[in-house]
Each structure stands twice: as structure tokens, then as C-alpha cells.
Write a protein that binds this ligand. Structure first.
Ligand code: ADP
Ligand code: MG
Length: 375
């Protein structure tokens, strides 16, 4: 791309990935989640290029870029371009202040690994353009327009958690977010002497987007059935175990399992928040194992690789808990590991995983970090 030869960025933004401690698939069911940004991120560099509408975007990660015209934004055949185009489209619905710009992005955030590189991509672009062209968008507007961009241009009907965590996180805290009201609370997270270790399965079974949308429909179907008895409920977050059981005879067993996971998972998020506040690490660990069981057996968004790693961790007394984090079908497992045993655990897990799947595990520590910011 020609612009790279003279590129002199005037603005640099860092846009982080995130983990979700617990509360999987609860966001689009209007429930609770407990995410935080991590240190791995996408870095965006921007310059205005003087043109009215011609823009260049280059991803160093993919060693490829594209040109676009702000006056003719439309969906692309190339997947990653749609995250960019979707955000530009959403911004254009709110303001006409954006002009020609060039943007280069670099990343140390694995893609498709459940760490939400997609939200980092959307939110970093929105944040950067907001600053570059003084758009006056609030953080929440950037979060919401990024989520909508993923719906309309990428086609994943994601909840709001990923974008919210990427923009709003605070170092040393997790965010207890109520996805219905968008009220939130920062909860300090002190796991000492334990660490958060991610094991990247390196698999990303290509089901994620379609299965994601299917789960969403199944949950909506469950809500409709429960509404026959309880017309006032709006989402699964309003449903108790008793209400769900009462509607069980009218439900397909798959729909029942999906709903039953979400109802239990919402409870677990609140229990986890309490465990963190009380520094009850044993309970925190057990909640992770319970969550993974539901993810695997009831919501059925795990896979052999993630299940293997979670089971493997159970044999190690220095691991308090583990579960697959992110939308599912691979990506990373999140493990709470004693600081003295981190290396031993990683070495043993790497060996066992290689033997079972012939894949080299990637393992790293993550620390709860701040949201999108200037570099
Ligand atoms: P996750 O959000 O868990 O990483 P997704 O499938 O939701 O997984 O999003 C990953 C997609 O985001 C990639 O396939 C790609 O289209 C886009 N993406 C993420 N990071 C980059 C990057 N550095 N450069 C270009 N595209 C990226
Ligand atoms: Mg994503």
C-alpha cells in the first residue's frame, strides 16, 4: 500500500482483548458477566490524509490492507474488512465529521481464541476516529456502535460484553456488568498467591458464528415458552430454577438445557463477585469448574480440546479451577494456578496436550488491565 512509505502517525491507540472470568453467553440473555481487559492488544496508528473520503487501512498481522471510500461504504467479501467497514457505517449514521484517514494496526492478541480480538478491532477504530475527528462520542456510544457493527456487517449476533470490557476495563479489577441495565461495578481482583494462566488450545472450530446465533435462538424460544406461564419475564435473567422446571414439560430437552445453563450461570456470576470480594479463592475455583461443566454438557459450546485441558487441570492440586473462556468451540482455557507451580503446570499441560492432539499449546499469564487508551 502506497501510503505506508510516507506514513507519519499523529495518534496511537491501544485497544485490549479481554477475558471473561465467568458468565458465558449470559450477555445476550440480558444477564451478568464478569470480564476484564488483558495486556494483549491491538495497536492502531492513525493519520489524517487530507482527502475528503479516501481511506487506507493496513493490518500488519495479516500483511494486507484495503482502500475504502467513506461515501460508498458497503459490506466486503473479506471478513476482517467488515469489522472496519461496519464501524465506519455505524459512525456515519451518527455524524458526518469523519474525513480521509490512514490507519495501520499491529497486534499481539491471538485472533479467534476467545480473547475478543474482534471487539478490540472495532473499539480501537471507533476510539481512534473519535479522537482524530473530534466526533464527541461517549465511551458507551463507542461500545454500542461497535456491537451493532458486528451484528450488521459481520453477522455475529454478539452481546455487549466484549466491547464493554475492551473499552471500560480498569486495571486490577473485573467489571460486574448487568447487560440489561448496563449498570456496572468494578470489583477488585486479588488472587494472590494464584495467577490467571491461559492455555490456548490453538483450535477455533469454525462453528462459532453459526452456533452462536443458534444458541441465541434457542434461548429466545425458551423465554417464549416460560412467558406462557409468566408473561412479565423479558429474558432468562428474570427466570428462576423453579420457573424453568415448571415449563420443562413444554420444552424440547435441548432448549431446556440451554436455559438451565444460563439461569445457573447468572447465579454463578453473582457468587463469583461475592467470592472475589471475600477473597474466597476455593469457591472461585469451584465456580469455574461448575461453569465449564455447563458450557460443555448443557450449552454444548466446548470441544474435545478444551474439555481435555480442563479435565487435565483437575488432577493438579495447585490449580483451583479452570474453564473455557469466550464464545466457545476452542480458544483458551482460563486456569487459576498457584504462582509457585505455574511453570510445572504449563510444562505438564503442554506435554499431555501434545500427546493427545499433536498440537503445541500456547500458555501465558494475563493480568486484569485497563481499557482502550492513548498509547
Ligand atoms: P475473537 O474475537 O475471539 O478473537 P472472532 O472470530 O470474533 O474471534 O474475531 C476474529 C476476527 O477479527 C479475525 O478473524 C479477523 O477478521 C478480525 N481481526 C482480529 N484481529 C485482527 C488483526 N490484527 N488484523 C485484522 N483482522 C483482525
Ligand atoms: Mg469476537
Amino acid at each position: 500500500m502506497e501510503f505506508l512509505t510516507t506514513f507519519t502517525p499523529e495518534l496511537t491507540i491501544t485497544s485490549p482483548g479481554r477475558i471473561n472470568l465467568i458468565g458465558e453467553h449470559t450477555d445476550y440473555n440480558m444477564g451478568y458477566v464478569l470480564p476484564t481487559a488483558i495486556e494483549k492488544k491491538i495497536i492502531f496508528k492513525f493519520q489524517k490524509n487530507g482527502s475528503d473520503s479516501a481511506c487506507n487501512v493496513y493490518s500488519e498481522t495479516y500483511d494486507t490492507g484495503f482502500q475504502l471510500d467513506l461515501n460508498t461504504i458497503a459490506r466486503s467479501e473479506v471478513e476482517w474488512e467488515n469489522y472496519i467497514l461496519g464501524v465506519l457505517n455505524e459512525i456515519s449514521l451518527r455524524t458526518d465529521k469523519v474525513r480521509g484517514f490512514d490507519c495501520v494496526l499491529q497486534s499481539d492478541l491471538p485472533t479467534g481464541s476467545g480473547l475478543s480480538s474482534s471487539a478490540a478491532l472495532e473499539c480501537g477504530l471507533a476510539f481512534g476516529l473519535n479522537e482524530l475527528f473530534d466526533l464527541g462520542l461517549s465511551n458507551l456510544e463507542m461500545v454500542q456502535l461497535s456491537q451493532t457493527a458486528e451484528h450488521t456487517y459481520v453477522g455475529t449476533q454478539c452481546g455487549i460484553m466484549d466491547q464493554f470490557a475492551s473499552v471500560m476495563s480498569k486495571s486490577g479489577h473485573v467489571i460486574l456488568l448487568d447487560c440489561e441495565s448496563l449498570e456496572y461495578d468494578y470489583i477488585p481482583i486479588d488472587l494472590h498467591p494464584y495467577r490467571i494462566i491461559l492455555l490456548n488450545t490453538k483450535v477455533s472450530h469454525n462453528l462459532a458464528s453459526s452456533e452462536y446465533n443458534t444458541r441465541r435462538r434457542e434461548c429466545e424460544e425458551g423465554v417464549k415458552i416460560i412467558q406462557r406461564k409468566h408473561p412479565k419475564i423479558k429474558s432468562l435473567r428474570d427466570v428462576t430454577e423453579e420457573m424453568l422446571d415448571a415449563s420443562k414439560p413444554e420444552m424440547d430437552s435441548t432448549v431446556f438445557n440451554r436455559c438451565s445453563f444460563i439461569v445457573a450461570e447468572n447465579k454463578r456470576v453473582l457468587e463469583m463477585a461475592k467470592a472475589l470480594r471475600e477473597k474466597d479463592l476455593i469457591s472461585a475455583g469451584q465456580l469455574l469448574y461448575a461453569a465449564h461443566h455447563g458450557i460443555s454438557k448443557l450449552y454444548e459450546v466446548s470441544c474435545a480440546e478444551s474439555d481435555f485441558l480442563v479435565e487435565f487441570s483437575k488432577d493438579n492440586p495447585d490449580v483451583l479451577g479452570a474453564r473455557q473462556t469466550g464464545g466457545g468451540f476452542g480458544g483458551c482455557t482460563l486456569n487459576i494456578v498457584h504462582e509457585d507451580e505455574v511453570d510445572t503446570f504449563i510444562t505438564a499441560a503442554t506435554k499431555a496436550y501434545k500427546k493427545e492432539f499433536d498440537i503445541s499449546l500456547e500458555a501465558f499469564e494475563v493480568k486484569p488491565s485497563g481499557g482502550t487508551s492513548f498509547f
